[in-house]
Structure formats: structure tokens, C-alpha cells
Design a protein around this ligand. Structure first.
Ligand code: GLC
Ligand code: GLC
Length: 822
């Protein structure tokens, strides 16, 4: 393979990825914001902002799948004589003398230089504030005095991102703004443009775009500013160097400040731009008829109206990330591993936790809310960082469950209500609640969460304990068994595209919600079977821990029965079957023409160690290597489907090698890797892991891979694809949490448990000594591991100088050192 072009590199010391060429093979984005106010930002400053919910509270407008790609964002135009340029290259695309984009932990810094002027913009969302800060620093490196004309630009979205894209007969008449050309009382200088569309009626929120300096003009009407037949690349006002002072009435409101800047040689000036969001109480909406009450906006502006205040807010954000990333830190001496474990994997976990699958450059933010199964899995990736938020998330998710244990597949983050668009009946969903809850309790020791009163379907009066929710979750599986005593699949299991009760010939039907055969009483899933055994064992252990011994025994029986059923009806000879279809025929069997083997059931049944004593686990893992593995990871199924099979649903609708049809669905590679770790096969575990580890891909395949090299993507085209190795759907994927869970707990072997930390690494023979610093509840452990060429098996653990029995170091507060010999 020839050396591929590189567009950037890691800077581990600053925890940044540094992009040095704006024309990346695809926009390489970052996320700003940690709790309520969020932004997406590309390496050319494209993207948008929203408050809590990318669908219902979209603050700025974005057009997906546009020509050119990634148009629309927060743009600064600098007019220096006849040259107009942007620090992030786009939208003018004026060639720059220097360009750099540094994506860091919840911030992005974009720097451009042209004709002796440098413009550097730091973008971030301060902790606990509802705004995006854009700190622009202009520096004159030339020997002449520069007279610059600076234009800012944001385009408002009319709040609901879905109707914003379609309901033009209304939208073009509703837009309203207010303009304040003077500083709010108390602030030294400044000007603010307010977006108040629909504020006159039911909305009690507005947005604003502020700059902390005097302005010499502004624009708020898009057509006036840009010119109807122009583009973002050449707005009339900018090209002529003359703002129009336009006041938007309907059409498309925007916000642009115009500032004249004089810079002497060597001089540098800072400007703070703020994109903010405000909610007012119903009876305090107006300060005069139809005039917004701006008190809260002024207060927010006052908190950030000087460079010193902005720098302080940024320092706080950096400290916040220091603290988060100090909880688990490894030193192996392998930079590629260390940077993923210590920085990027944990960072991606936090982002997926915040966004679920709602808003990325592949998810438009209008289609999907928070997934029941997705969010439970995401939780495992970040529970060590902010346990209280994990706790709240578990309660939120459980509150959308039905009394019989079934679930809405998704809920809306703004309302926290189940979202019926995607329906329910995905029969794996309930099990994930156990997965998430157990992880939370093991991390925190907080059993009280089990006594929390949690409603069903958010109905007041329906509250039962969270433990009861776990119980009905398990029961939902047991009460929905098929002819082989294996779990009925319902609409689908983890694989949203294995729709065995769908039977669709109508292209206008959704595979996700259509169920054309009324009674799905036959199609069964081996993936759910494995998942049930894994989470069932966890549930049994939990019950014992809290003294519910009868319940433990009852569920142990169900788990044992499931293991028997898998052994009897779920084994194909060399691997586990995937499913039985509507007619009771095998899926994922050597007897099938195509898709003879699937990854999901290999992952879950090996994790569950079903039939390990009969050699089933080892055979299954070997089959994964033989049939699923390729240069870029393990494919989901093999061989790919080459034709549409209507009794299987969406899966065979994809061309060969993509998505659920034999793509490398990175999310489920870790399942097999964990299976390998449990089986003690460290060499194999590592080689699978390194294949999809971004830092390894980054080194080799930046052009081919296309998407951001610092995070995992959902899918890499598989070996049957037209372009194997090409990545898609970056950022928001369960891969993040699973990669974290796999490396932190199974490969490096530091596993939180009810009474302490279990230490049980599984490593390649080549692994050398390493240390892990782990904060755990009120303790801090410095753990040194000496692998001695072993793949698995801890020989001795010494805690603070005294040997420990077994592999669990018992929890006690304070600082501890641990020596582990394998
Ligand atoms: C997507 C979904 C996830 C699903 C997977 C496989 O990533 O978010 O819920 O399990 O696809 O279909
Ligand atoms: C499917 C995708 C799958 C996703 C599902 C739900 O089309 O292939 O990955 O989970 O849609 O939106």
C-alpha cells in the first residue's frame, strides 16, 4: 500500500488533533458544549448550534448534503484591500499563507494568515453557560498599518430544524429580529443582534449574536447581505466592503456585525463574539409591546464581555477536562494506544453520551432522538467520569419503559418522552437497562438507585422501583420465547436491519416500523440469547448482592435454560447461528447460500461463554478470524448478501460490504474482542483491536478512510465493498463506549466491581510493563502491571505492600499502590 496523503497529526501534549490542510477528504468536525448548549464545528468553521435538542431548538441553520459540502457556519470575513479571506479558508476559499485547525477537548481553534495578517478564532461553549464563545484575535505581522474590514456571519434557524427545511410558505413570513447597536448597561462596548422569530406567540426563548466592541454597521437580512444570486463565498456587502444595516422582516434572518479595525505593525486585538440562547418566564417576556425583555441576555453578555473573563472561562473548561481525563490514565509507552485511551476514546464517549445518535455530519439532528439501547451502552463509556449524570440518564431511560418491560426505541431529549415515530418492539432493548445499571452500581457502589421510584411511559402514578424495571426487563425476554425456546426477535434486535417480521415490497414503507405479519411468533435471535445470558448473569449476581436470593435462583434457572437452548438449537458446528426466520429457517448457517456467519451472535455467545467447555467458544472465535476478519476489521456477515431477501428486511437492502450487509460495523468488533479476552487469547484480541483503533488507521489510511482520524466511525466498508476501508458515519456510534469498555476493562484489565476493582488483563505476548492510574469512588490507585510475556492470568497482586487473595482489590478510600504480576 502506497503512503497516503496526510492532512494532520496528533498533538498529545495539548490533547489536540492538528489539521494542516483545510481540504480534508471529508469535513473533520468537533463538538462544543457539555450539557445544554451544543455546537458542531468543522475544520473550516462550518456547522451549527442548538439548545438541548437538535430538532426542536436549532439555533443556527445548516444544510446537509449540500453543494459545495459543508456550507453554512460561523464565518468571519476579513477584507484587506481587495482581498477577502476567512481564517478557516471557507467559504471564500481564498488561498491562505497558513492554515491550521486544532480540535481539542470541547474547543476548536482555527488560525489563518493572509498578507501579513493573522486571524485566530477560539470556539468553545463555557461550562454551565448557554452560549458559544468565538474569541477572534487579529494580529498584524506585516510592517504596514492595516485597515481591515471585518464582517461576522451567522444564519438563524427558525427553531424547529425539520419545519425550517420545508414549511416555506409560513417561514418566509415569520422571521423577526431586534438590533442593539450600543452596549448593554454595564458593559464597556458592544452590539447585539437578537433573533426572535415566533417569540410574539408561543415561544419564550430567543437567541442573540453579540460582539464586545463598537460596530460600524450590521446586517440581519440574508438576501440584502449576500445578494440573491451570490453565495456565502462572495456576499455583496462584504465584497463591496459596505454593510447595508438591513432589518429583517420575514425571509431569512441572519446576524452580521461590521467592524473597522486598524492594526499597526505588530499590533494585536481581541474580539469576543457570543452566540447565546435565552429563556424567559411567561410573564416577563416583554419589556415593551413586542420588545424582548433582554435582561438575561445582558447578564450573560456581562459575564463574558472582556478578554480576561473569556480566558478565565476557557481555563475552567480546560480544568474540567483535566479532571475528567485524570480518572483513568494509562502509560504503556505505546503512544498510539495511550493517546486513544487517555484522550480521544474517552472524549468520544462523552460526546456520544451527550448526543446519542442525534446530530453529526451523518445524522441530521431531525430524525433521531435518544436510543434506549444506544444510551445504555453509551453510559458504560463515561460512567467513571460523571456518575451523577449516568444516574439521571438511567432514570430517564427507564421512565420511558412500558409495564411489560417493552420499550420505546427512542425518546426526545427535550421532553424525555418516548418517541413513537420509531415505535417499539425491538426485543433486545430491555436487556440493555441491566447492562447500564450494573455498570453504574459497580462504578459508584450506589445501590440506592435500585430503590428510586420510576414511572412507566412517564405516566404519573405508575411508579415502581428501578429494580422492578430491571425485573420486568428480564421477564420480557423470558415471556417472549419462540419455538426453540430462544428469544423472539420482535421488529429487530441490536441489528436494526434484521427485520424478520417485516416482509416489505413497498419502497414507501419503513423497515423499522412496518410489521406486515401480524404475529411474529417464530423469528428468534441468538444475539438476544447471548445478551440475555450475559446480562442475566449480571442480574443474578446483583440480586445475590442485595439479598434477593429467590429472585436470583429464579433467574439463574432461566439463564441455564437459555444456555441449553443455545447449545441445542443455536450451534451450527463451527459457529453460533444468527437467528431463525419467520418460517423457522436458520439464518447464519453453513446451510445458507449467503451470509453463512454473522458477528453479533459470535460476540455475545462467546462473551456469555456458552459451550466453552465443549470447545464452542474457541471454534466460534476461530471462525470469526477465518471468515469475518479482513485488513480493516471484522465484517458483520460473510459472504455479503447479493440480492434482496424480503423475509430478512433491511439488511439485504444494502449493497455488498456496506452498513449491516457485511460492512465492518465497528460497534460489534469489540464484542468478539471481549470474547477473545474472556477466552484468554490476548494476541488475537489485540490484533482485532488495533485494526479498528483510530490511531493505527490514522497512520496509514487518511485518504482512504476519509472521516476523522481521531475517533471511531460506525462503519468501515467491508471486504466485499467497492472501496474496502472507506469509513462513514463518524463520531456518534456505540463503538466509542465499546472500545473503551474493551480496552479499559478487558485488555488493560481494570474492571470496577461491587466490592473493589478486579484486575485481569488480557494482552498480546509482546506487551511490556505498564501502569494505570485509576480514581475509583474515594480512592486512587496506582496500578503497575508486569505481564511477563503472558496473555492472561494474574499470579499475584500486592496492595500497599501486602498480597491480596484472588483478583479483586478490595475498595477502601485513600491512595493505594498495586503491583500485579502475571
Ligand atoms: C445503529 C443504531 C444502533 C443499532 C446499529 C445496528 O448504530 O444506532 O441502535 O444497534 O445501528 O443496526
Ligand atoms: C438503518 C441503519 C441502521 C440504523 C437504523 C435506525 O437504516 O442501517 O444502522 O440503526 O437505520 O435508524
Amino acid at each position: 500500500m502506497e503512503q497516503q496523503k496526510r492532512y494532520g497529526h496528533f498533538d498529545d501534549q495539548h490533547r489536540e488533533y492538528v489539521i494542516t490542510d483545510p481540504q480534508t477528504p471529508w469535513p473533520w468536525i468537533n463538538y462544543l458544549g457539555n450539557e445544554d448548549f451544543f455546537s458542531l464545528i468543522s475544520n473550516t468553521a462550518g456547522g451549527y448550534s442548538f439548545y438541548k435538542d437538535a430538532k426542536f431548538r436549532r439555533i443556527t441553520r445548516y444544510r446537509y448534503n449540500n453543494v459545495p459540502m459543508d456550507n453554512g457556519g460561523r464565518y468571519f470575513y476579513i477584507k484587506d484591500g481587495d482581498t477577502v479571506w476567512n481564517p478557516g479558508w471557507k467559504p471564500c476559499k481564498t488561498p491562505l499563507d497558513f492554515y491550521e485547525c486544532r480540535h481539542g477537548m470541547s474547543y476548536t481553534r482555527i488560525t489563518g494568515r493572509k498578507n501579513g495578517v493573522e486571524a485566530s478564532v477560539l470556539f468553545f461553549v463555557p461550562l454551565k453557560k448557554w452560549c458559544e464563545v468565538q474569541k477572534l484575535t487579529l494580529t498584524n505581522h506585516s510592517s504596514d498599518t492595516k485597515q481591515l474590514k471585518l464582517f461576522s456571519f451567522e444564519e438563524w434557524c427558525l427553531w424547529n430544524a425539520a419545519t425550517d427545511m420545508e414549511n416555506f410558505q409560513r417561514n418566509f413570513s415569520t422571521g423577526e429580529v431586534e438590533i442593539e447597536t450600543t452596549a448593554p448597561a454595564g458593559s464597556p462596548a458592544g452590539a447585539t443582534i437578537y433573533h426572535k422569530t415566533e417569540y410574539r406567540e408561543r415561544r419564550n426563548h430567543y437567541a442573540f449574536y453579540h460582539v464586545n466592541t463598537e460596530i460600524q454597521g450590521f446586517d440581519t437580512d440574508r438576501e440584502t447581505f449576500v445578494g440573491l444570486y451570490n453565495e456565502f463565498a462572495n456576499p455583496d456587502a462584504v465584497m463591496e466592503g459596505k454593510p447595508r444595516n438591513s432589518h429583517a422582516h420575514g425571509w431569512s434572518p441572519i446576524a452580521s456585525h461590521y467592524i473597522e479595525v486598524t492594526l499597526k505593525p505588530g499590533e494585536s486585538k481581541d474580539f469576543t463574539f457570543l452566540l447565546g440562547y435565552i429563556e424567559n418566564e411567561q410573564d416577563k417576556k416583554f419589556s415593551a409591546p413586542q420588545v424582548i425583555n433582554k435582561d438575561k441576555a445582558h447578564a450573560l453578555i456581562a459575564e463574558l464581555d472582556t478578554t480576561a473573563k473569556v480566558d478565565k472561562a476557557f481555563a475552567e473548561l480546560c480544568e474540567y477536562w483535566d479532571a475528567l481525563l485524570n480518572i483513568y490514565k494509562v502509560r504503556t509507552g505505546n503512544d498510539k494506544l495511550d493517546r486513544m485511551v487517555n484522550i480521544w476514546n474517552q472524549y468520544q464517549c462523552m460526546v456520544t453520551f451527550n448526543f446519542s445518535r442525534s446530530a453529526s455530519f451523518f445524522e441530521s439532528g431531525v430524525g433521531r432522538g435518544m436510543g434506549f439501547r444506544d444510551s445504555n451502552q453509551d453510559l458504560v463509556g463515561f460512567v467513571h467520569q460523571i456518575p451523577p449524570r449516568a444516574r439521571q440518564r438511567i432514570i430517564d431511560i427507564a421512565s420511558t419503559q412500558f409495564p411489560d418491560g417493552g420499550c420505546y426505541h427512542q425518546y426526545q431529549p427535550l421532553t424525555k418522552r418516548g418517541n413513537n415515530d420509531i415505535g417499539g418492539g425491538f426485543n433486545d432493548d430491555p436487556c440493555w437497562l441491566i447492562f447500564g445499571t450494573v455498570a453504574y452500581i459497580k462504578e459508584t457502589g450506589d445501590f440506592s438507585i435500585l430503590d428510586e421510584m420510576v414511572p412507566f411511559d412517564n405516566q404519573p402514578g405508575s411508579e415502581v422501583t428501578l429494580f422492578e424495571h430491571l425485573k420486568v426487563s428480564m421477564d420480557h425476554v423470558i415471556k417472549n420465547l419462540g419455538p426453540h425456546m430462544l428469544p423472539l426477535i420482535g421488529r429487530a434486535d441490536w441489528n436494526d436491519c434484521l427485520n424478520l417480521n417485516c416482509f416489505s415490497w413497498d419502497p414507501n414503507e419503513s423497515f423499522q416500523t412496518t410489521e406486515n405479519v401480524s404475529e411474529g411468533t417464530k423469528a428468534e435471535s441468538l444475539m438476544i440469547a447471548g445478551l440475555f445470558v450475559v446480562t442475566g448473569k449480571d442480574y443474578v449476581a446483583l440480586c445475590k448482592k442485595i439479598g434477593k436470593n429467590e429472585e436470583a435462583a429464579r433467574m439463574q434457572q432461566a439463564v441455564d435454560a437459555m444456555i441449553d437452548a443455545v447449545k441445542k438449537h443455536g450451534w451450527d458446528g463451527e459457529w453460533y447461528l444468527r437467528a431463525y426466520d419467520f418460517y423457522g429457517n436458520k439464518i447464519g448457517s453453513n446451510e445458507c447460500d449467503e451470509a453463512k456467519i454473522f458477528i453479533e451472535s459470535q460476540g455475545w455467545c462467546t462473551m456469555a461463554e456458552i459451550g466453552a467447555e465443549d470447545g464452542m467458544v474457541a471454534k466460534s472465535l476461530d471462525s470469526c478470524k477465518k471468515y469475518l476478519e479482513c485488513e480493516h476489521g471484522m465484517v458483520l456477515n460473510n459472504p455479503a448478501f447479493t440480492k434482496y431477501i424480503y423475509e430478512y428486511g433491511e439488511i439485504s437492502s444494502y449493497p455488498e460490504g456496506y452498513k449491516e450487509n457485511a460492512g465492518i460495523f465497528c460497534h460489534n468488533n469489540p464484542w468478539v474482542i471481549i470474547g477473545e479476552c474472556i477466552a484468554g487469547r490476548g494476541n488475537d484480541a489485540w490484533s482485532h483491536y488495533a485494526k479498528i483503533l483510530p490511531s493505527y488507521v490514522e497512520e496509514k489510511y487518511q485518504t482512504l478512510h476519509k472521516v476523522e482520524p481521531y475517533v471511531n466511525c460506525q462503519m468501515v466498508a467491508g471486504k466485499d465493498a467497492f472501496k474496502p476501508g472507506e469509513g462513514k458515519n463518524s463520531w456518534l456510534t456505540g463503538t466509542a463506549a465499546w472500545m473503551w469498555y474493551t480496552v479499559s476493562e478487558f485488555i488493560l484489565g481494570i474492571k470496577p466491581d461491587y466490592d473493589g476493582i478486579r484486575i485481569d488483563p488480557c494482552l498480546p505476548e509482546t506487551a511490556t510493563d505498564y501502569t494505570v492510574q485509576r480514581k475509583f469512588r474515594d480512592a486512587e490507585y496506582e496500578i503497575s502491571i508486569h505481564p511477563n510475556g503472558q496473555q492472561k492470568g494474574v499470579k499475584q497482586i500486592v496492595l500497599d505492600g501486602s498480597p491480596v487473595e484472588g483478583t479483586v482489590i478490595p475498595y477502601s478510600a485513600g491512595k493505594h499502590t498495586v503491583e500485579v504480576t502475571m
